[in-house]
Ligand binder design. Sequence first.
Ligand code: GP9
Length: 431
Amino acid sequence: GNELPEIESYIDEHVQISEGSELEGVAEDKNVIFITAESIQSFLINEEVNGQETTPFMNSLTKDEDTYYFENFYEQTGQGNTSDSEFLVANSLYPLSRGAVAFTHGGNEFQALPEILGEEGYYSSVFHANNKSFWNRDELYNSLELDHFYDEESYEVTEENAEGWGLLDKPFFEQSMKYLQSQEEPFYSNFITLTHHFPFDLSEEESTIEPYDSNSNTLNQYFPTARYTDEAIEEFFDHLKEADLYEDSMIVIMGDHIGISANHNRAMAQYLDKDEITPFDQVQLQRVPFFVHIPGHGEGEVRSEVTGQIDVKPTLLNLLGVESENNFHFGNDVFAEDRKGYIALRNGDFISDDYVSTSGVCYDRETGEPIEVDEDEQAQTETETETENSTAESEPANACTEIGQLVEKELGYSDDLIYGDLFRFMDFNED
Ligand code: GP9
């Protein structure tokens, strides 16, 4: 645990810089219903396919007075896909650069959202109609101190109500209601959808829009399954209203990770009406939707700040008015004015308010144009690097260099916390 003071002072100086937000405590004592929307990417939102909206319900939420929609919210997962997104949300730590942290370090000590909320009297649960050991969830959830996992065995799965990866999202939400209603309030419940998963299989009976037409069957099928999940989420809102759970809940919807990889760039360029998908575009495609819906709030809006999955934990805690003794996290409340101003991707790329850095090239975020190397700044960086370490090779300096160094440090510190299982050495309940 010798690294802890250094990590703590970095976080104090560079991450915990916020004075809080106006929305602090606005959802105090409310239930939290979190929807982890499998493979839903932001390029779907408020767009059409074959002349029809793909996600009409989520589109309507972007205009809803009780909903905040973050249009520049990035997924930050690595090889652990959905499990990495769950890990980011629970801990505001980065996943690892190799493998799924749920497998490699699922047994670590953490101070995760379910545990912190549990201390405030919240009951926590995950609903997901898949095998409980997939992604080593059973072990990870124990470490997160989750109260209950409603896995595949909690659901009635038949030939008629399953497709592709398993139970369809509509019966999934419908069958979950009896469990949700039996939980003590307040609760924090995460629903992980499944139908909109590669290879995006859906019968004609269940499809309500036509596939796209391109050379990629994957992208073509992506739209009808996205529409299906959108309809399932709308139905879920109705179930919550019928069960009298809606008014007392804050409902959060987040895309977990991309569903369309760079292998489908030709088709993606066709859909987006571009000549090609550039490295800059590729980073922009890592945006996933993030909605915060607070019934009766009335002040919702579309927000454009650069945010990401690392921010979810501090955001939820602040909205609920819960103070945590654990400051070892790397995100900011998305509603706070003072934030660190960049989102790091697991491969070291990042998006800041002004720049996008990918594969060593620094782009202007507004224009998407590469930024030339600044000779003066390069000379300055070379001198500084030489002073610090005479043998180190200096990187060319550009507008992204400074943030790039912070990103590297931050990812390294997060790795240290995980590889060293450093939460073992912290006692957050100490007086
Ligand atoms: C598996 C489901 C999908 O249970 O969450 O996982 P993914 O393949 O998207 O990581």
